[in-house]
Every structure is written in structure tokens, then in C-alpha cells.
Write a protein that binds this ligand. Structure first.
Ligand code: BES
Ligand code: MN
Ligand code: ZN
Length: 491
């Protein structure tokens, strides 16, 4: 789909979309069309339930007096905020394709004070919705494929709209990268092939370094290596650096869980639904997508992204329940359940990150616990943090982008639960507060650096579409963290 911005003025043919506010308040273009069609617009409204509410639409087919095949009325309620604008774009994209339309024009009017910004956000929403992971479909019929080839936004201040769209398009590139990574099957995306995908970011000016098992052994990363030892695929850590600010500025750091497939290991998961564990690398996918977005829009920040890439398999060489591993930090962990592997991977990557980069703060993302889905469903990521300022900044960025986070508690009382006799800690502590005890383990590896942990187990994948997302990999977190960086850490 080609998105374009031009000054107001309606075309002669194709599909034209005009805005209508609450109480069926016609925008200028809607009024103009009503006149040109001998009142077809107001008659159609009268004959329907359409009142101009947000997310309402009304199609008027083949009206006389004009050459358009179709007029679409788009409800905008009392006006649209940024998320509403994106949702409008996404909904229009889906509807226009459903209807088999090839070319559409939207008159951006009355959607808010900043019309150019609104147009950019509507286009952004349409773009986000247009994502498709169809590379493995060999038999899809042409009539099931999207039809919309051009979507033109008519707006006063088209040049400003085009400018505003520039960075949004780069963020979408990052979101799509994450969605691609999350969608790839685990026979294609494994630690080394994931690392190779990340290498491609060098084209955007990201510096990429890959650590293999030999280097990790030298560093003493016994926890991460223990998880990967049952897999024939070599574990990897990919380190991405985007230097967009002065050298003297400490980096901000993002860390991702990248379990390219989680069978549970010897504590094997039940069979049904196990295919979902291909997206247990969602946290790493988000970090990679975020780095792509930051580099793409040339963010004025120094950022590092570190992802721990492993495959958790049962095998003759696999880690056993009862094993004790020594982490890079020197702390020891007794394995009580090999399916609680994400925290083991993150323990070493978090420690390595603060040790090497001395970052301003660390934010990790992980599809860490099923328990967080029980707590928060698919609406909020769980956020755990040792820093109120960081939490507030993340909460705000979540509301602004619609990628919401909900703060969960950390407390000594939970921390104690992972103590054990045989080692410094065990990797699980029973079902109660399962997401919290997982976060407590991570906290033992952040060395008092300001830190937030986002448990995104409920967010990385969606079985239903939303306005700006088809179903499947969501790319959750890229927009959240891009906004968080932009609002708080850029010059
Ligand atoms: N990757 C899973 C968590 C998960 C579950 C993500 C469902 C997405 C959907 C994680 O490695 C895991 O297996 N966690 C266990 C921990 C338990 C053994 C303490 C869990 O949540 O059941
Ligand atoms: Mn697991
Ligand atoms: Zn896992």
C-alpha cells in the first residue's frame, strides 16, 4: 500500500472517506458531498444507526451526482486523540480491504486541532494494520489478499503531515521487524539465525556484536549456558549499540529474553499449545525492533540492546532439576524446574549489561510467566521496578501509546521465598505470586542499577486483531519504549 499526503481536494473516482462527528455533524467535505449527491449523505444517515460516534462507519454505494463508486462516512465522535487517530486509520485499512477497494482518499477534517499530525497518525495506524506474515502461504487465493494499493490523505498542511509521518514510518519498521521475528517458526529462527537477523541492523548504523558459547563460558555465564545445553543450537548473546548522542552520555539499556523455543526442558511442558512457545523470544524481538526504530529515526540517545538467545530442549545433555549453576555474578542457583528458564537467561545478561555498560538504567522485557496472564490478561504488561521515576515514565509512555503497563509489587517477603539450603537461591518458589518471585530473582542480578522488568507473556502474541494490529505477533513494546526514550532521554 502506498500512503500519500496532499492538499485538500476530492478526486473524481474511487472511494472517498469523509469525517462525521457526534450527532451526525457533517464535516465540510461531507456537506459538499451531500450537496453534490442531492442529499444522499444525510438520507443515508437517517436510514441507519450511524450517528457519527467513534468507530462507526457508513458506506454509501454508487451515489448519483458524483463519479465515486463509494462514499464512506467515518465517525469521529467529539474529536480524536492520537490513539483514536491511529485506530481510525487501522479500521479504515481493514474495512477498505474487506470491501475489495483499490484506491481510497480520506478528507482529514475536524479530527483535532493539529490536522497534519492527525493525518500522519491515521496513516501510521493504517500502516501498522497492513502488516502481514504470509511468506509461508503457498496456496492463498488472490481474492483473500489485500486489495488496497493507494491510500491518499487529503489535508491542509500536507507537507507538515508528510514530515510528521517520517519518524512514525521508522517506528513501524521496528514494529514489523519484531512481528517478523516473533512469527518465524522455531526451525527457522534459532539463536544463530536470530543473531544473523540482528546483524542486518548494521546497515542502519547499529553496531552489532555476537557472543558465542566459548565467550560466555569465559565470562562465567553458567545460568544462561545451562538453559541452552540441551539444544544442538549454540546459544548466543547479541549486543546492539546505537550511539545517537555525545560519547560522554551513559547509555540506556534494554535487555530481552530470547528463548527461541521453550519446551520446558526436562520439566517438559504439556503437548497441547506448545507451538506457542516459538514466541518465547518476544522480549528479544522487541529489543531488536526497538533498536531498529531508534536507529531508523536517528534518535538522539545512546542505547544498548542485549538479547540472550537460547533454545530450551530436553536431551541427554539437558540441564536437570537439582543441578546447581554458577552465574556470572558469582551467585549460585539451584534448578528446581527447568521450565523456569527465562530468569536464568536474564540473570546473566542483566549482570553482564550493568558490569560492562554502566547504563543509566536497565529495562528488560520477557515472556517470563504464565502467571502474569492470570493477573493482567492481555491488556497490560506487568511492570516490576526498583525505581519510582522509571516506573512513572513507563506508565505515562504506556498510556500515550496504548501499550499499557501495570506496576506490580516487589518486596523482601517475596524475595525470601527463593532462598534455598543448597545454593544462594532456587529458580522457582511455588505457584503463589509466580510473576513476582520471578521478578525477585531478576532483581538479585541488577546490582542496584535503576531497573524495570516488563513481563510481556500476555502481550507478545494476540489471537484476535485490534485496530492497529492483525492477529499474531503484536510487536508490543516497540512503540512504548520508543516513546519512553523520546519523552525522557533525548537531548
Ligand atoms: N515462557 C514461559 C512463560 C509463558 C507461559 C509465556 C505462557 C507465555 C505463555 C516460561 O518460561 C515458563 O515456562 N514459565 C513457567 C514458570 C514456572 C515453571 C514457575 C510458567 O509460567 O508456568
Ligand atoms: Mn519455560
Ligand atoms: Zn520460557
Amino acid at each position: 500500500m502506498k500512503l500519500s499526503f496532499s492538499e485538500p481536494g476530492l478526486p473524481k473516482t474511487g472511494t472517498v472517506i469523509v469525517c462525521v462527528g457526534d450527532g451526525s455533524k457533517l464535516s465540510a467535505s461531507a456537506r459538499q458531498l451531500d450537496k453534490a449527491t442531492g442529499g444522499a449523505v444525510s438520507r443515508a444517515i437517517k436510514e441507519s444507526r450511524f450517528t457519527g460516534k467513534k468507530a462507526q462507519f457508513l458506506d454509501i454505494m454508487a451515489p448519483s451526482g458524483v463519479a465515486f463508486g463509494r462514499i464512506v462516512l467515518a465517525g469521529i465522535g467529539k474529536g480524536l486523540d492520537e490513539n483514536d487517530q491511529q485506530a481510525l486509520g487501522g479500521r479504515l485499512y481493514a474495512r477498505l480491504n474487506q470491501a475489495g477497494i483499490k484506491a481510497a482518499h480520506l478528507a482529514v477534517e475536524a479530527t483535532g486541532r493539529d490536522l497534519a499530525g492527525a493525518a500522519a497518525n491515521i496513516a501510521y495506524g493504517a500502516l501498522l494494520r497492513s502488516y502481514r506474515f504470509d511468506k509461508y502461504r503457498t496456496k492463498e487465493k488472490a481474492d483473500a489478499k489485500p486489495t488496497l494499493k493507494t491510500f491518499s490523505l487529503r489535508v491542509k498542511g500536507a507537507a507538515a503531515a508528510r514530515r510528521a509521518f517520517g519518524p512514525l514510518e521508522k517506528i513501524a519498521d521496528g514494529v514489523f521487524f519484531t512481528r517478523d521475528l516473533v512469527s518465524e517458526p522455531p526451525n527457522v529462527l534459532y539463536p544463530a539465525s536470530f543473531a544473523k537477523e540482528v546483524k542486518a541492523l548494521t546497515k542502519l548504523g547499529v553496531k552489532v556484536e555476537i557472543l558465542g558459547e566459548k565467550q560466555m563460558q569465559k565470562l562465567g555465564m553458567g545460568a544462561l549456558l545451562g538453559v541452552g545445553q540441551g539444544s544442538i543450537r549454540e546459544s548466543q548473546i547479541a549486543i546492539m549499540r546505537w550511539d545517537g548522542a555525545a560519547k560522554s552520555e551513559k547509555p540506556v539499556a534494554f535487555i530481552g529474553k530470547g528463548v527461541t523455543f521453550d519446551t520446558g526442558g526436562i520439566s517438559l511442558k504439556p503437548g497441547p499449545g506448545m507451538q506457542d512457545m516459538k514466541w518465547d523470544m518476544g522480549g528479544a524481538g522487541t529489543v531488536a525492533g526497538l533498536m531498529k526504530a531508534l536507529a531508523g529515526r536517528k534518535a538522539k540517545v545512546n542505547a544498548v540492546g542485549l538479547i540472550g538467545l537460547v533454545e530450551n530442549m530436553p536431551d541427554g545433555n539437558a540441564q536437570r532439576p537439582g543441578d546447581i549453576v554458577t552465574t556470572m555474578s558469582g551467585q549460585t542457583i539451584e534448578i528446581h524446574n527447568t521450565d523456569a528458564e527465562g530468569r536464568l537467561v536474564l540473570a546473566d545478561v542483566l549482570w553482564y549489561c550493568q558490569d560492562r555498560f554502566k547504563p543509566q538504567f536497565m529495562i528488560d522485557l520477557a515472556t517470563l510467566t504464565g502467571a502474569i496472564i492470570i493477573s493482567l490478561g492481555h491488556e497490560y504488561a506487568g511492570m516490576f521496578s526498583n525505581d519510582d521515576k522509571l516506573s512513572d515514565q513507563l506508565t505515562k509512555a504506556g498510556l500515550a501509546t496504548g501499550e499499557k503497563v501495570w506496576r506490580m509489587p516487589l518486596h523482601d517477603a517475596f524475595d525470601k521465598k527463593i532462598n534455598t539450603d543448597g545454593a544462594d537461591m532456587k529458580n522457582v518458589a511455588g505457584r503463589d505470586g509466580g510473576s513476582i518471585t520471578a521478578a525477585q530473582l531478576l532483581q538479585r542480578f541488577v546490582n542496584k542499577v535503576p531497573w524495570a522488568h516488563l513481563d510481556i507473556a500476555g502481550m507478545a502474541w494476540s489471537s484476535s486483531a485490534s485496530p492497529t494490529m492483525p492477529r499474531g505477533g503484536t510487536g508490543y513494546g516497540v512503540r512504548l519504549l520508543d516513546r519512553f526514550v523520546k519523552e525522557n532521554y533525548e537531548g
